[in-house]
Ligand binder design. Structure first.
Ligand SMILES: Nc1ncnc2c1ncn2[C@@H]1O[C@H](COP(=O)(O)OP(=O)(O)OP(=O)(O)O)[C@@H](O)[C@H]1O
Length: 297
């Protein structure tokens, strides 16, 4: 596996505020990585430090062996800042072609590249548009298109789907899925369902401190999350505990039922049969815990 980012003992303070508090982690190339945490946890500060927009007080960041912001990362790392804006004075093509040229493409190649990335975000007809002619969601997709110029190997998306309607948000998730075999995405979002769906690895920041949750590594006990139309009760829990292979059953904060069972056993059919036999109104059954349960359960 190719290591893309190594962060060691990173500290960033604003005055007396420790926004990043001895953060260390390594990330390998591969499926999308989620960066989560409550407001003020330090996510944007971490992104800005990885991009070289901010200098840390101490600690180190190495991206493909380079320091953030160095020439060696040109075209390899791209980022969508949380508050990214297009310049209202220039057309989409003017702006994207300029960025392409800044990355070393000649005019024609930058134009071709602009057409390619606009097609990726399904906005190929907006080549000549001015930003004010576009909706908020379209402008956001153009900004994402900009990050994809020259096929970067790593793309950081800070709240890429915030404020978007469900259709636009889904388009962006689909785009990440489509490109994930060539590009490693690191996504920050407050939408845990969205990240749950896309990401295999989670970086959880809280008050500047990091807990890395590697979801792939969990092995010995597997989890099923069952939602019933009715809220889960102690009675459901006790019945489910009687099933063969089941080690533990609990309820989460929203009334879904978490069933832990020995890996390798198949309990889902038994669970469904029990639901039917008991007349429980089964709504959904998902392999694994939801991201919310993993982080806060
Ligand atoms: N320029 C700044 N000056 C002073 N304090 C700052 C500055 N930028 C961020 N902070 C503080 O650093 C902490 C981390 O902020 P940051 O924006 O990185 O959090 P975040 O996790 O991205 O939050 P959100 O989810 O709300 O975007 C917060 O307490 C914030 O108030």
């Amino acid at each position: 596996m190719t290591m893309i980012i190594e962060v060691k003992d990173l500290v960033k303070t604003y005055g007396r505020k420790r926004a990043l508090d001895n953060v260390s982690f390594t990330l390998n190339a591969g499926s999308p990585i989620a960066l989560v945490g409550p407001n003020g946890a330090g996510k944007t500060t971490l992104f800005s430090t990885l991009c070289g927009y901010l200098n840390a007080d101490s600690g180190s960041v190495s991206i493909f062996g380079h320091k953030p912001g160095s020439d060696g990362l040109f075209g390899r790392l791209a980022a969508l800042p949380q508050d990214a804006q297009l310049d209202p004075r220039f057309s989409v093509s003017n702006q994207l072609c300029l960025y392409g040229q800044l990355q070393g493409l000649d005019k024609k190649a930058a134009e071709n590249e602009t057409h390619r990335v606009l097609e990726l975000v399904d906005l190929k007809d907006c080549f000549h548009s001015k930003p004010h002619e576009l909706s908020h969601g379209m402008r956001k997709r153009i900004c994402i298109a900009q990050t994809l110029l020259s096929h970067p190997e790593v793309v950081l998306l800070d709240e890429a789907t915030a404020g978007l309607d469900p259709v636009n948000a889904r388009e962006i998730r689909n785009l990440v899925r489509t490109l994930q075999s060539d590009t490693t995405f690191i996504l920050s979002s407050h939408d845990l369902v969205e990240l749950d769906d896309l990401c295999d690895q989670v970086l959880h920041l809280q008050q500047g401190k990091l807990t890395a949750v590697d979801r792939i590594a969990q092995a010995e006990l597997a989890t099923l999350t069952v939602k019933l139309k009715e809220t889960g009760t102690h009675g459901h829990v006790e019945q489910l505990k009687t099933l063969q292979g089941v080690e533990n059953v609990s309820l989460n904060a929203s009334g879904a039922i978490l069933i832990e069972y020995r890996s390798g056993q198949q309990v889902d059919i038994d669970v469904l049969q029990l639901c039917r036999a008991q007349g429980w109104h089964y709504k959904s059954l998902v392999n694994g815990k939801t991201l919310e349960d993993e982080l806060f359960g």
